[in-house]
Design a protein around this ligand. Sequence first.
Ligand code: HEM
Length: 299
Amino acid sequence: MVVASMTSMVISNLNPETQTKLMDNIKSFNYDWFQSPLALSTWKLFYKVLKARREAIDVIKDVLTRRKESKEKHGDFVDTMLEDLEKENTIFDQGSAISLIFSILVVAKEGVPNITSIAVKFLSQNPKALAELKREHMAILRNRKDKGGVSWEEYRHSMSFTNMVISESLRLANLSPVMFRKALRDVEIKGYTIPAGWIVAVVPAMVHFDEATYENPLEFNPWRWEGKEMIWGSKTFMVFGGGVRLCVGAEFARLHIALFLHHLVTTYDFSLVQDCELIRTPFLHFTKGLLLNISESSK
Ligand code: HEM
């Protein structure tokens, strides 16, 4: 779902066949190959991933070239990218623009479903939080005047617990295990000096699991966010990074997760088939998938 909606927002004028091809390649660009270098399967998967990347890049390159020549406008992200490429002080060239478009599609495909599944896992194991979430969304349905889908107002003003669930899932998941920064000048921190030019690895989990900020940090407790203003990129909550490199897709990701949870809890009952293990190798994944019993909701 995320790949479909992202692809059409980023490149809106693809014919259905090319769009399917692009989506298939984005989906095939995964981290399943990240295994032992000694296993033959690693290299077979790695080859498939590189091939998917090359084919996706070819589609994007073709679109960019044609749109540049035709000067047609479609109100999508490619328009924005082309306008930027024409600016005198642009930081992009054709190659980096193509890479950015490709990365955005991949990041959306990796990040949003991962956090959504992790939220579903935590909710399945926490009946109190699930009941509270259901209560919030059933109230939205009751108060909805028209028969349309979720409105922007509902998302902004009636999903406070949902946002608490999302923040808590993001905090525990630490989807980006590490971020890199370069010290541009000597930096003094607690008696240590980071010399200019050094690369610093920032590990957000160190902050997100710090008991001084989060009581019982390993516990899934959405209520810890009650009444707190969620500031992205703060020193105690850096799930989307911080500073000038703050994730541009943060709000998009939250919105998608909220929409999914809305439909899930208002339409279905669900429970885990078996306990599922989440591991980091170094990317997060469920060792045996996330298997759910799911049935239409008894309301
Ligand atoms: C739950 C999902 C997501 C998580 C946890 C996440 C996390 C992050 C983090 C931690 C960074 C900062 C990296 C750094 O400082 O080195 C980042 C940057 C970025 N993210 Fe996300 N992201 C998510 C979803 C998305 C989506 C959906 C998009 C695209 C629509 C996106 C696009 C980007 C881009 C383009 C950057 C680089 C920004 C820059 O360097 O100026 N992300 N993301």
